[in-house]
Design a protein. Structure first.
Length: 387
């Protein structure tokens, strides 16, 4: 994985919004992409199987890597507990299914459970109910702790909330050897902190599903394992780390349409900004509510200009810049198609770095998919046990 990501880094280690031409236009894949139609781009974007087949002649080595096995060989999992009405009322949809899948695929045991970055403690509450486990739920936001504790007491569950900042120096006191620690979609530094503190405390069992690898305090990623530290990829930037979490499961038609409009309008504004301000540099914009993209481009552009502290002339030809934005959008889509081929490889590289770090600390480690990709793209679970 490391060799392939390094060998092909020109195809994924860049930000498409900064380019007005394909950065690898002279390569075979670049020449091919310059000829394809908008309809073909749309098909490649929507159909992952077709996309990998289409690009296999350009990157044949990528086909040798498949996702991790769905289950750990020889590990008998408990049968699924019937869902009570009160649980389905409190949390619905994909999150509920993710929690049930996590509980089924985590390691068996009877140790007290520490739920890391618990939120309202939905996972911990399910473990209390379905596995009769004693759970301590660690959460930073006091309001969530209060709400979660009230719910646990109402249902007479053995769940206790602790309000604490897991990034603080004294958070190590909550981790003990005789525990099983669980974390479902803990972001960036939050799950890295858990790996470091739990391994230092000798925590018996860990089941962790990492998320949002780019949410770190450092400007560059600091690899955890010795092997990853020796890699050229050991100093990934936050922007490069974002690629690992850019996969989207199938969205509704309205969400997909608004997503496309947002990208096109941002690029159209960029063309307008560069033309009227006489600059070539890309200027990023902060996130904005999706309702903006159901209105007029002119309103969005004026908002964006206010963020960059300048004013757009009243006689601006909005349609001209929208057309330029549409052209840039097609170009960005082409670049993203190629970058997306390396997304799973990068995510697996990052997960393996965490697994190897735990192995160095004396843990037996397994990596697996705990649920289907369509349920959540962040479906890789690290299970570690210390004998």
């Amino acid at each position: 994985m490391d060799l392939l990501l390094t060998q092909y880094q020109q195809f994924w280690r860049f930000s498409p919004f900064h380019f007005t031409v394909l950065p690898w236009a002279e390569t075979t894949v670049g020449q091919n992409l310059q000829q394809i139609t908008a309809a073909e781009i749309e098909r490649l974007d929507q159909d992952e199987v077709y996309r990998h087949s289409y690009f296999s002649e350009f990157f044949p080595e990528l086909n040798q890597f498949s996702p991790f096995d769905l289950a750990t060989p020889g590990c008998k999992k408990p049968t699924q507990t019937e869902l009570p009405f009160w649980f389905s009322r409190d949390i619905k949809g994909r999150k509920l299914e993710q929690i049930q899948a996590f509980a089924t695929e985590m390691q068996n045991g009877d140790l007290p459970v520490l739920e890391w970055c618990a939120g309202k403690g939905h996972l911990g509450r399910w473990l209390c109910f379905s596995q009769q486990r004693e759970v301590s739920s660690l959460e930073w936001q006091e309001a969530l702790c209060v709400e979660g504790q009230q719910q646990a007491e109402k249902l007479k569950l053995a769940q206790h909330f602790i309000q604490a900042d897991v990034l603080s120096e004294d958070s190590s006191k909550y981790l003990k050897a005789g525990q099983q620690v669980v974390a479902l979609h803990a972001c960036g530094d939050l799950h890295i902190r858990l790996l470091q503190l739990a391994s230092k405390a000798g925590t018996k069992q860990m089941d962790i599903v990492p998320c949002c690898y780019h949410l770190i305090a450092c400007e560059q990623y600091q690899a955890l394992s010795t092997l990853a530290q020796q890699s050229f990829l050991g100093q990934l930037s936050r922007d490069e780390l974002k690629l690992a979490v850019q996969a989207q499961v199938t969205a509704g038609e309205r969400v997909t349409r608004l997503r496309h409009i947002e990208v096109m309008w941002r690029l159209a504004y960029q063309e307008l900004y560069q033309a009227l301000q006489g600059v070539a540099d890309y200027r990023p914009l902060s996130s904005v509510p999706k309702h903006w993209f159901s209105g007029e481009f002119s309103a969005f552009a004026n908002w964006a200009a206010s963020q960059h502290q300048w004013q757009i002339p009243a006689d601006t030809n909005w349609e001209h810049y929208l057309q330029l934005g549409q052209q840039r959008h097609l170009l960005v889509q082409k670049m993203q198609l190629v970058r997306s081929l390396f997304r799973p490889l990068l995510e697996q590289w990052l997960v393996l770095d965490r697994a190897l770090f735990l192995q160095q600390q004396g843990y037996q480690v397994h990596i697996k998919q705990f649920c289907d990709y369509q349920l959540t793209p962040r479906n890789l679970m690290i299970s570690a046990c210390k004998s």
